[in-house]
Design a protein around this ligand. Structure first.
Ligand code: NAD
Length: 496
């Protein structure tokens, strides 16, 4: 999944090599190697990303540590005001940031605009921090003895983020972390770091956020490993693929750090015979093919419930509508399905489709094409009757490929879904309240949608994946973010 090619950094290039944001200013990376960042729709070179290592991470962590005492001592009310300013600034630049996301990651402008909006929503949720940080107390546990619980920041926290939501996911962490009095180091995806870069430029202008409170280091594995091993980093927030999440969580734990690592997914969408086609066709298409299937909440398996005739009717409704979707440059308002993040990603998806076919699956809609100007386009693809437990049914492919599964009734659909090792999300389309109740009770997934294709919780709730979709106990956003970014201290006092 890379839109980057590794190359030595030449002495001068047509596009500038990005700099790190450290201690309130921009610094050229110590790292000598850089990779290309290209627009997936056109192949245009739009940035060079330095592959930073421990020297650059050392600088950023030192700046964050230096800023920590002052920021921790800043009133929570004043920190909340800084978040109000951040919200205003992001809102004022929402369109510009969305255009940058489209250019760098590929998704359609509308989708990118919504993404930036969801990121701003996390800032809005974190603005409640003076309330959320309030502790507990219990008077008179013994004669003259009172107990009080206070929340204090964890310290220097780092966030390592994926390519698919380059503006939103950094904002899942940054506002809660600094709102709780921590200082922050971001390592954005090396595949599309431009939105993060721009957000740092905006933060640099916000007086209420002092130098060193927020820092950014570019790079890939070396930068991540340096953060994981750095004794000056107290906690790690990660979002990415399941294998990386497992690795990050283990290495952070070995180094004594608090970690939350949100991983991959394979989400099923169960469609009952009584489902309203106006709801499920739109919902399934948006979920499976929006952002070219590159969302952790993408529904990548449609579980068709009912008799063979009913299953066929559901399949036909989906395929007929999917055939009409237009694939192309996300900057074109006529585009429904954007390119994948890179030509390499398209090639990988095509190999997955080939493999499913070689195992006997039926290709009901073939989205393979020449890849478009940037070489990364793949149109909606629908696969039916794949063998049980094949990769297309059980592994995250992260592309516009929808697999169909056929089951006789709701119970079989729930059992099929619960067999997954992932548990990010599960969706039900039905007009029966009884079916909905049974589904939400039994389904083993943390984010459940009923007659909704993408059940992304608003930021006042946790982003609540289960099973192999998360390593760690605390999720991003909501009260979990407050738990993650604070340490509890319990004071027992006698003054009599
Ligand atoms: P990825 O795991 O390849 O990369 C994520 C981050 O980890 C990047 O910053 C990358 O530089 C770093 N990284 C990758 N491999 C590493 C390694 N071996 N050692 C150290 N660092 C490493 O993920 P991606 O392709 O950028 O993002 C897509 C994945 O993210 C999908 O699996 C998707 O489901 C998942 N995702 C999950 C959620 C969620 O909330 N659960 C949300 C969004 C995306």
């Amino acid at each position: 999944m890379s839109n980057t090619t590794i190359a030595e950094r030449p002495p001068s290039t047509a596009v500038p090599t990005l700099e790190n944001f450290v201690g309130g200013g921009w610094r050229a990376a110590h790292a000598q190697r850089a990779i290309d960042d290209r627009n997936p729709a056109t192949g245009e070179l739009i940035g060079r990303v330095p592959l930073c290592g421990s020297a650059d991470v050392d600088d950023a962590v030192a700046a964050a540590r230096a800023a920590l005492p002052g920021w921790r001592a800043t009133s929570p009310v004043v920190r909340a005001r800084a978040l109000f300013r951040l919200r205003e600034v992001l809102e004022a630049h929402r369109e510009e940031l969305a255009q940058l996301v489209t250019r760098d990651m590929g998704k359609t402008f509308d989708d990118a605009f919504a993404e930036v909006g969801r990121g701003i929503e996390s800032v809005e949720a974190a603005i409640a921090m003076p309330h959320l940080l309030k502790g507990e107390n219990l008077e008179g546990v013994a004669r003259g003895v009172d107990v009080e619980l206070v929340r204090q920041p964890v310290g220097v926290v780092a966030a390592i983020t994926p390519f698919n939501f380059p503006a939103m996911i950094p904002l899942w962490f940054l506002p809660f972390a600094i709102g709780a009095g921590n200082t922050f180091v971001l390592k954005p995806s090396e595949q599309d770091p431009l939105a993060s870069q721009r957000m740092m430029e905006l933060i640099a202008e916000i007086e209420e956020i002092p130098a060193g409170v927020v820092n950014l280091v570019h790079g890939a594995h070396d930068a991540v490993n340096a953060l994981l091993d750095h004794p000056g980093v107290d906690a790690i927030s990660f979002v990415g693929s399941a294998a990386t999440a497992r690795y990050i969580h283990r290495r952070a734990a070995e180094n004594g750090k608090r970690a939350q690592a949100l991983g991959g997914a394979k989400n099923s969408m169960v469609i009952m015979p009584d489902a309203d086609p106006r709801l499920f066709v739109r919902g399934v298409l948006g979920s499976a093919f929006g952002a070219a299937g590159q969302r952790c909440l993408a529904g990548s398996v449609a579980v068709l419930v009912g008799s063979e005739r009913e299953q066929d009717a559901t399949r036909d409704a989906i395929v007929t509508a999917a055939r009409e979707l237009r694939t192309g440059d996300g900057a074109d308002p006529a585009t429904d399905v954007c390119p994948l993040v890179s030509p390499a990603s398209r090639e990988r998806l095509e190999r997955e489709i080939e493999q499913a076919l070689s195992e006997g699956a039926e290709l009901v809609l073939d989205g393979r094409r020449d890849g478009g100007p940037g070489g990364a386009e793949l149109a909606p693809t629908v696969i039916d009757r794949a063998p049980e437990d094949s990769r297309v049914l059980r592994e995250e492919l992260f592309g516009p490929v929808l697999a169909l599964v056929r089951v006789p009734d709701l119970q079989a659909a729930i059992e099929w879904s619960n067999h997954s090792r992932y548990g990010n999300s599960a969706i039900l389309f039905t007009s029966s309240g009884e079916a909905a109740r049974e589904f939400r009770y039994q389904i083993e997934a943390g984010m459940v949608g009923v007659n909704i294709g993408v059940a992304a919780p608003v930021a006042w709730f946790p982003f609540a994946g289960w099973k192999s979709s998360i390593d760690g106990d605390l999720h991003a956003n909501g009260r979990d973010a407050v738990e993650f970014y604070t340490r509890k201290k319990v004071v027992t006092e006698r003054w009599s």
